[in-house]
Design a protein around this ligand. Structure first.
Ligand code: 5GP
Ligand code: MG
Length: 194
């Protein structure tokens, strides 16, 4: 696996530090939101919604830094069918559960690229009368945005390159790489930059 890597963009230690910061900010904001609601206990009020499968690793680390009672629902969206490096739009793989009404929802994804995936999920949640919807992504690739959307919490901005690791895959592999990295062009089949 390591020999397929071209360059490490974000090493695991930096990711870990940033995840702790994001968790602290999110926990503080949710605490404020609950106080404004006049709610004393978070139980039943907070739902995290990671978009599978890319957000799996990020969410696993994030939730262990949030010392609040919260629940997790999963949602799966397809945007990169097969080996393609290009987004083909976003589609839900299954119906969303019906458990968002009156709750503070945090949609989590690995990366905001064209923005279609996050926009789709955000809209579907907004239709279900939540108390609030927040969006969090580990990575943001603003160069490729196709729809107007910004995440409320962003870990790192990345250049317009295809990245893998820490949950992000190529052809289903490299999700278990602990760093964020680019792949050699002979692996992705992408043309090498001139
Ligand atoms: P969007 O709908 O914003 O175009 O795409 C978001 C989804 O595309 C992400 O959840 C992720 O699965 C995938 N994606 C976008 N950019 C990259 C990338 O650089 N590397 C990998 N592995 N997946 C990406
Ligand atoms: Mg994804």
């Amino acid at each position: 696996m390591r020999r397929d890597i071209e360059r490490v963009l974000i090493p695991r230690q930096r990711i870990a530090e940033r995840v702790r910061e994001l968790a602290a900010r999110l926990a503080a904001d949710l605490t404020t939101a609950l106080a404004e609601d006049g709610v004393a206990e978070p139980e039943g009020h907070i739902v995290l919604l990671p978009i599978m499968t890319g957000a799996m690793v990020f969410t696993g680390d994030l939730i262990r830094e949030i010392p609040m009672k919260l629940s997790i629902e999963l949602v799966a969206v397809t945007s990169y069918p097969g080996r393609s490096l290009e987004s083909k739009g976003a589609a839900m793989e299954a119906e969303l559960p019906d458990t968002f009404e009156g709750r503070h929802v945090v949609v989590i994804d690995d990366i905001l690229d064209s923005g279609r995936t996050m926009q789709l999920v955000q809209r579907l949640i907004a239709d279900r009368s939540p108390a609030s919807v927040r969006t969090m992504v580990l990575l943001d690739k603003p160069a490729r945005r196709a729809v107007e959307i910004k995440a409320d919490y962003v870990g790192f901005e990345v250049p317009d390159e295809f990245v893998v690791g820490y949950g992000l895959d190529f052809d289903g592999y490299y999700r278990n790489l602990p760093d964020i990295a680019t792949l050699r062009h002979d692996i992705t089949g992408a043309e090498a930059p001139a």
